[in-house]
Design a protein around this ligand. Structure first.
Ligand SMILES: Cc1cc2nc3c(=O)[nH]c(=O)nc-3n(C[C@H](O)[C@H](O)[C@H](O)COP(=O)(O)O)c2cc1C
Length: 158
């Protein structure tokens, strides 16, 4: 399969998960492109004040994985803006992931995933799975591995 990983990450946590996913999928012979979303301003919560690095079209891909951190109990302005701009996503299977510092899903993770999911549903994409990784959790590594295994097993190379 041809897989796109689109990731926004300000301090590297979500990018780490994205890179692990990439390596695991490549080991199963998938063709994987990883595109970081770089925002002109990481401090503002106002998405109209930021510009983004160029986004690829999702049209050539069989599966799109989208990751971004939690910010202020929601998704980041950069990922919200990127999902509005994203092209070629209609009808595509998508998997979402987020990283957050606080220990419980309702402390931002749920809201971030919901924001991203709704933005994708509006564009006719299909959200088939999602994961929230708690960066301070002692079981963080297990959570990352469980997520990666679920993605890899769900899309076994044929
Ligand atoms: C401005 C700001 C707001 C944040 N808000 C939250 C929050 O509401 N809930 C939470 O659990 N973590 C919050 N965090 C922590 C980040 O979500 C967490 O460190 C994440 O793993 C960072 O991912 P990154 O390294 O990919 O940018 C916030 C971080 C920053 C800088």
């Amino acid at each position: 399969m041809k897989i796109l990983i689109l990731v926004h990450s300000a301090t590297g946590h979500t990018l780490f998960v994205a890179n692990e996913l990439k390596m695991a999928l490549q080991a199963k012979k998938h063709v994987v492109d990883l595109t970081p979303i770089v925002a002109s301003d990481e401090k503002t919560q106002n998405e109209s004040l930021i510009s983004l690095s160029p986004l690829p079209t999702c049209a050539p891909y069989d599966l799109v994985l989208i990751g971004a951190p939690v910010r202020a109990f929601s998704a980041t302005p950069a990922i919200k803006k990127a999902l509005k701009q994203l092209e070629g996503i209609h009808g595509k299977n998508c998997i979402l992931f987020t990283t957050e510092q606080l220990p419980l899903n309702f402390m931002g993770g749920n809201q971030a995933i919901k924001k991203m999911k709704n933005a994708l549903l509006e564009k006719g994409a299909l959200v088939v799975d999602s994961s929230i990784i708690h960066w301070n959790s002692p079981s963080k590594a297990d959570a990352i591995n469980a997520f990666i295994n679920a993605v890899v097993q769900g899309y076994a190379y044929e």
